[in-house]
Ligand binder design. Sequence first.
Ligand SMILES: *[C@@H]1O[C@H](CO)[C@@H](O)[C@H](O)[C@H]1NC(C)=O
Ligand SMILES: *[C@@H]1O[C@H](CO)[C@@H](O)[C@H](O)[C@H]1NC(C)=O
Ligand SMILES: *[C@@H]1O[C@H](CO)[C@@H](O)[C@H](O)[C@H]1NC(C)=O
Ligand SMILES: *[C@@H]1O[C@H](CO)[C@@H](O)[C@H](O)[C@H]1NC(C)=O
Length: 313
Amino acid sequence: MELHLSIFVPLLLSAANGANGGKILVWYTDGSHWINIRPVLEMLIDRGHQVVVLAPNTSMFMNSSEPSRLHYEPFNVSVSMETKQKLIKEFLHFSMYEVGHMGYFQIYNRFSNFMRTNMNYFLKFLDGVVKSETLMKKLKQGNYDLLFADPINPGSDLTADILGIPLIFSLRFSLAHNWERMCGQLPAPPSFVPGAMSKLTDKMNFSERLFNVLFYALLDITSQHFVWKELDKYYSEIKGHPKTKAFITHGGTNGIYEAIYHGVPIVGIPMFGDQPDNMVHMEAKGAALTVKLNTMTPESLIDAVDTVINDVS
Ligand SMILES: *[C@@H]1O[C@H](CO)[C@@H](O)[C@H](O)[C@H]1NC(C)=O
Ligand SMILES: *[C@@H]1O[C@H](CO)[C@@H](O)[C@H](O)[C@H]1NC(C)=O
Ligand SMILES: *[C@@H]1O[C@H](CO)[C@@H](O)[C@H](O)[C@H]1NC(C)=O
Ligand SMILES: *[C@@H]1O[C@H](CO)[C@@H](O)[C@H](O)[C@H]1NC(C)=O
């Protein structure tokens, strides 16, 4: 964190120098991640920014009732403190006493179980934010300038997207630098850059380099399965909300793919390019109705929307 902070803080502060204070929303985090991010927040306050931290009611280190210069935006989480502590305890026991006596396959099995359970809890925390109508309404009305997040707890990207504000990450590391490489486009050739948590240094002999290549590959697959796939599913459920009954579109390819994915019927008002063609194809499949832009009236649009919602075909 030290190196990262030392780069990040001057950058952010110099950007803020002389400007009016901004309103910064901070993503929840806990443990050492909270210890690390807190001094950054204190400094942002010193520089005249308003800092509001999302604080779950289940937290080891964050306490929204404590007197503080930070403002807190509390939210409720259905995971109890005991459940969370039990997982941490089991993981510590596994890392300190069990790993040494296990084969690779066993380690992988246990580790992926931990990842799965952990992701489950992460998503319950995220539920507390994005599925709380009260909170999301409040955040929208808050008119924040940006969301500042340690991405260890997922969902800050989704939330920033819903709120329509920029996002800044402060990340110590991810397993085998998966996020840095995949999301940050950080060049990290495995022959030179030892994967985080591989216990390798930057001086690797041939067999260690080979191990590092396999380590990257294995953790990329694991992350894809236990992190990205789960998050994609969650995100598209939130964005493709079950309350969406119909999709009114110009008939572009991307929107049509999303509608097909979520099984939402389409009312298309095609304009140019592939749009008229796309709508003809969707109509032929019984998934859409087309309304002509030049002859469209409020009634014809309402009729079309009514028809795609109510006519089961
Ligand atoms: C949070 O802070 C309040 C006020 O200082 C204190 O009464 C309370 O015990 C704290 N809660 C926890 C869980 O530490
Ligand atoms: C959290 O729960 C309390 C008590 O059940 C409720 O008053 C409060 O509105 C909830 N907060 C959010 C953000 O939903
Ligand atoms: C947090 O909020 C949830 C939902 O309102 C509630 O069930 C739970 O008991 C709360 N936890 C704590 C530690 O207050
Ligand atoms: C590479 O280094 C490791 C750790 O120092 C050592 O155990 C291993 O024998 C070395 N392999 C080769 C091929 O030199």
